[in-house]
Ligand binder design. Structure first.
Ligand code: CTP
Length: 416
């Protein structure tokens, strides 16, 4: 299958974002988040803590945002900034959210401009945490995060990897590009990240498989993996335990909180999906899996010679989705993807309905190939078809927005 299409960007609307910056080493990455938001056309007001300014100077935030930077409630008093900034915001985003800042937010402190802003904001609030593993796993932090989530704030999972010193572990700030994508999703759909997948195990496949011809060549496809990554990111932000079975993709930020299993060929993807699906509540096949592979791959580079090359004989790969459906465990929800074109036998939806029946999955995400689109685009649109006959159009929007629509449909399927 092919990656869902979509090159025409969704219309942009200028929104007001407050970027709170906590006092941790990852504060320097907030500059990249700030850049991503302003380049998307949004107005950003940076509100750092005093401690954040020990890592990044106010001048940097002022220059990048084009707005003044204050930390306390006694600056610009006639403007009553500590109330106005929060009230007027469309989104408050805290990057990095340190253990201390999460604690102060959870307890309703208002001892600086950022915490006062958090108390006056009626818009969506998202925290992207970064701290040492011990701090993230401490019972106090866990309780603070649970409290904030129960009040409707989004607290995304930190990534695993290199921390400040030589140590590695969970607690690293999510990639700035991922934070920007989740922030834009909340601006487009404030209700897109409920914490409704907590305790669910989900497995998502992404990218395109490559079937080797020889040690340096393969048969592949144009899938960028962006839609599969967006599904993994949104699921993790909604509380799921995510395994991402990753074939070949464009250079994409690794989704924070997801376990990555790297595969190359359809056969490897087949095995990885079978293993991961055994314990999964939800399986999503967003990968573009090659239907055929060369019967044999040469063990040496095929050299150019005077005579015409031999024809490459192709043999069939397993249909992973269909096999997962026949091995499905009780209550498991299975989602397939289909990129379709109309032809003399029917339009896109006619083909998609037939595919949904043939594959036997619970939901099918359908994209019309060629409607304004390159496969590698950041936007997408389509329909969600469910086995019980429901057909929901998904308007053009980001791949994260389509992912959120898929998880909404999964949540409904799991309940009904
Ligand atoms: N798929 C799969 N294994 C394959 C091929 C496809 O699991 N060997 C999955 C894809 O990940 C996708 C769904 O099946 O979720 C539909 O893929 P698509 O290529 O549209 O389906 P095909 O069965 O190959 O049908 P077509 O005849 O349209 O190519």
């Amino acid at each position: 299958m092919t990656e869902p299409d979509g090159a025409v960007p969704a219309p942009r609307e200028k929104k007001r974002i407050v970027l709170g910056v906590g006092g941790g080493i990852a504060a320097y990455k907030a500059c990249e988040v700030l850049r991503g938001l302003t380049e998307s056309g949004h107005e950003v007001r940076v509100v750092p803590t005093e401690a954040a300014l020990r890592f990044v100077g106010a001048a940097t935030f002022e220059a990048l945002s084009g707005n003044p930077v204050h930390t306390g409630v006694f600056e610009d008093v006639p403007e009553v900034e500590h109330v106005r900034i929060g009230r007027e915001a469309d989104l408050v985003l805290v990057v990095p959210a340190t253990a201390d800042l999460l604690a102060r937010a959870a307890h309703g402190n208002a001892d600086d401009l950022l915490t006062a802003t958090l108390l006056t904001a009626s818009c969506p609030v998202m925290f992207a945490p970064a701290m040492h593993t011990e701090m993230w796993e401490h019972a106090a932090t866990k309780a603070n995060v649970a409290l904030l989530r129960s009040r409707g704030s989004v607290v995304t999972e930190p990534a695993s990897g290199r921390l400040t010193g030589k140590d590695t572990g969970k607690g690293r700030l999510a990639e700035p590009a991922e934070i920007v994508a989740m922030a834009k999703l909340l601006l487009a759909r404030p209700d897109a990240l409920p914490y409704d997948l907590a305790g669910k195990r989900v497995v998502v496949s992404a990218g395109g498989t490559r079937e080797p011809l020889d040690p340096v060549r393969w048969l592949g496809n144009r899938s960028s993996g962006k839609q599969g990554y967006a599904l993994a990111q949104v699921a993790a932000a909604r509380g799921a335990q995510v395994t991402l079975v990753n074939a070949h993709t464009a250079a994409l930020p690794e989704p924070a909180g997801a376990e990555l299993v790297q595969v190359r060929t359809a056969a490897e993807l087949h095995e990885a999906m079978r293993d991961a699906a055994r314990v999964a509540d939800v399986v999503v096949m967003a990968a573009a899996v090659a239907d055929f592979r060369p019967e044999s791959a040469a063990d040496h580079k095929i050299k150019k010679s005077e005579k015409e090359p031999d024809a490459v004989r192709l043999i069939r790969n397993p249909d992973v989705l269909a096999e997962l459906v026949s091995a499905r465990t009780k209550g498991q929800v299975i989602v397939g993807f289909a990129a379709e074109t109309g032809d003399e036998f029917g339009d896109v939806l006619t083909h998609a309905r037939a595919k949904l029946k043939r594959k036997g999955c619970d939901l099918l995400v359908v994209n019309a190939v060629g409607e304004g689109g390159a496969f590698e685009g950041d936007d997408n649109q389509g329909w969600l078809l469910s086995a019980d006959g429901l057909e929901t159009p998904v308007p053009r929007g980001s791949k994260a927005a389509l992912a959120a629509a898929v998880w909404d449909a999964v949540a409904m399927t799991a309940v009904s």
